[in-house]
Write a protein that binds this ligand. Sequence first.
Ligand SMILES: C[S@@+](CC[C@H](N)C(=O)[O-])C[C@H]1O[C@@H](n2cnc3c(N)ncnc32)[C@H](O)[C@@H]1O
Length: 309
Amino acid sequence: MGVSTDIAKLSFNKDGTAQGVAKQRMIETLAKPAKRVINDPYAEKFTLGSGFLKFLGHNTLVWMTKKLVPGFHEHLVSRTRFIDDLIEESASNGIEQYVILGAGYDTRAHRLKLSASIKIFEVDQQEVQLRKRSKLPEKLSASENIIYVDIDFNDQSLKDRLIESGYDQSKSTVFTLEGVSQYVTKKAICSTIKELSDLSKKTNAIFYISYVSDLINENPKACFGKGYLNPEKKVSLIKKGSAKVGEPWISFYNDEEIEKILSENGFMIMANKTLSDLNPLYFSPVDRTLPEDQIFNLEHSVVAKNSNQ
Ligand SMILES: C[S@@+](CC[C@H](N)C(=O)[O-])C[C@H]1O[C@@H](n2cnc3c(N)ncnc32)[C@H](O)[C@@H]1O
């Protein structure tokens, strides 16, 4: 049975947030090459109404997003760029495996020009993977070095699923968990990190995780730049939007909690960044520096390394 036949048989409602992120990547890709922060030529395949969005163009679409939630677009694309840089650096340092946890419509495996000798494991819910493969050009979705591993993080073992799929515990690996931790239980995240630690006991591992600050509930104002208008209202808008597509935000963390979970599993934090840090790094060089009152710091990007290096 072909991928598209499988997908046609599924009643599908699990990819709302993955589509949302792909849409922001598509919008960024519409910017002039000298002005854009990322380039994802495949994002349009996962974006509803992509023809109309192309007609509107980058500037109008970024302006519209800004009207709704300032800094939201820039946050998402800078998160993607930060991970792109991490993967390219890891690849040039000879990393052998790349595990994309909650891959959704992430297309790094195709757009970063990584060596075909790096084995890439894309891990996500089966329905999302089937849809992704049905939308990508067949040549790409059938790439030999990409292995699709279906899972439900809430009740399946990542370690078992990866080993069954050919993961090699003696090979150096980078794991990324981008924009996922807010959707799954803390118990599932803790056991996933424990499994990553077990999987990489004998070798070097780098782990990227993004998490939403628990200040979102206690003090939303602290999650935005000085002068940001109506922070409580924006937080409520984002939470409602996510719940509406069937994927509510349920888990939030503080810096100490993340550090504790990681260090208990042998990972040491190398970086913890928000848009405040990435704004001068990615937007200033292309003359798009965001002003302080548009800074969206709700989600953090953390890079950790295990103690084998
Ligand atoms: C916001 S999307 C992010 C996708 C991708 N990492 C990106 O940045 O484009 C969240 C992803 O987490 C996946 N996800 C959510 N809950 C999951 C679960 N319990 N098990 C496996 N994947 C899950 C969804 O299918 C979706 O692809």
